[in-house]
Ligand binder design. Structure first.
Ligand SMILES: [Zn+2]
Length: 355
């Protein structure tokens, strides 16, 4: 049995002592203890922990106050893994830890309902900004940093799925070869893509730029063209999507948070498994369409081919669009057609001038 004096010492001065939970850092078991001030000549610099069987003395400079969050009470971390947990939300007034004021203030802020509400609003705003600007930005960065084998793997899988949705091309081999020659002569430049023809079926008149540097073009699109110069315009548009890595950027944007996780961890596993599916439901943003159109118009212009051919094809495509249910990849909007027509008017070439 403890002598009464010890018991009184353990209780300490009821004005200053507080009951706490103490971990001595040696055994993980929590111990009930009393925390009390210990004055020195220089003023209040140390605190005492009394567990009833042991006493510990800690200098304030060795005590690290951890701000409480929500319902968790304040905690003081001590050297050698020891720790004090408070049983009430307030720290004793005498406990004059160096960082106490700042931490106490932060801790009070954390408990204010108004501030909690403000924090929530702020969080929603931040998430909104991240989704609106952060995802496209990260998608762009990532699209340009993904290794070629990842791009190829995603593109190959998407191509497989497109091939399942479509049929073998009915275009004669000679016609396919002719279009490939147009592509390599007028469009391809330094990085020619592989040109794949498929009978589109549900895809209708369509063309897709895949991240494995492949352009898939449907027979229906080829048949919709009334002049090969229209096809050159379409191929240049697709090539523009490829050189700007639009497909990958658009797919990555659609995947949202997966992009961030990939960016942070560098692990592309989720990306490679999800991207090909996202690609199949892809529709390019207006900005990407505008950029690809500009690329096409500049290519045609450089090759002295009237841009009006491309404008004409877009118009026909717009009429045809009603029939396409799947993969409305490059919506032929009025705005796009107007922009291409405006470019065509400025072009100083006579329309229908033979090549
Ligand atoms: Zn497009």
């Amino acid at each position: 049995m403890l002598p009464s004096t010890d018991s009184a010492a353990m209780k300490g001065n009821s004005d200053t002592s507080v009951d706490v939970i103490f971990y001595d850092g040696i055994v993980s078991r929590p111990q009930q203890a009393v925390l009390s001030p210990q004055s020195s000549m220089q003023g209040q610099t140390h605190a005492m922990i009394n567990t009833g069987t042991q006493q510990f003395c800690y200098a304030y400079q060795d005590m690290q106050l951890i701000g409480a969050l929500g319902q968790i009470h304040p905690v003081i971390e001590l050297p050698d893994e020891a720790r004090i947990e408070f049983l009430q939300p307030q720290l004793p007034a005498w406990l004059n830890l160096r960082s106490k004021n700042i931490n106490q203030r932060i801790w009070h802020l954390e408990r204010s309902p108004l501030l909690i509400a403000c924090s929530l609003v702020l969080m929603v705003v931040i998430i909104g900004v991240v989704v609106k600007f952060g995802v496209p930005y990260t998608a762009k960065q990532l699209a340009w940093h993904l290794p070629a084998n990842t791009l190829n793997s995603i593109g190959d899988q998407a191509q497989e799925q497109i091939e399942q949705l479509t049929e073998k091309s009915q275009l004669p081999a000679a016609r396919q070869q002719q279009i490939r020659q147009l592509y390599s002569r007028y469009v391809a430049g330094q990085q020619p893509a592989t040109l794949v023809f498929r009978q589109g079926d549900n895809l209708g008149a369509n063309a897709l730029a895949l991240p494995n540097n492949t352009i898939v073009m449907t027979d229906e699109l080829v048949q919709l063209a009334q002049d090969d110069r229209e096809l050159i315009g379409v191929l240049a548009h697709e090539h523009g999507h490829l050189t700007e890595r639009h497909t990958m950027q658009q797919v990555l944007s659609a995947l949202g948070m997966t992009v961030f996780i990939t960016w942070i961890t560098g692990d592309v596993t989720d990306l490679v498994s999800n991207a090909p599916y996202a690609l199949l439901t892809l529709s390019y943003s207006r900005e990407f369409e505008r950029q690809a159109d500009l690329y096409a118009m500049q290519t045609l212009s450089r090759q002295q081919i009237p841009v009006s051919y491309f404008a004409r094809f877009l118009k026909r495509m717009e009429k045809d669009d009603a029939d396409i249910e799947l993969l409305s990849t490059h919506p032929a909007t009025t705005a796009r057609i107007q922009a291409v027509e405006a470019f065509a008017r400025q072009q100083k070439l006579v329309e229908d001038k033979p090549q």
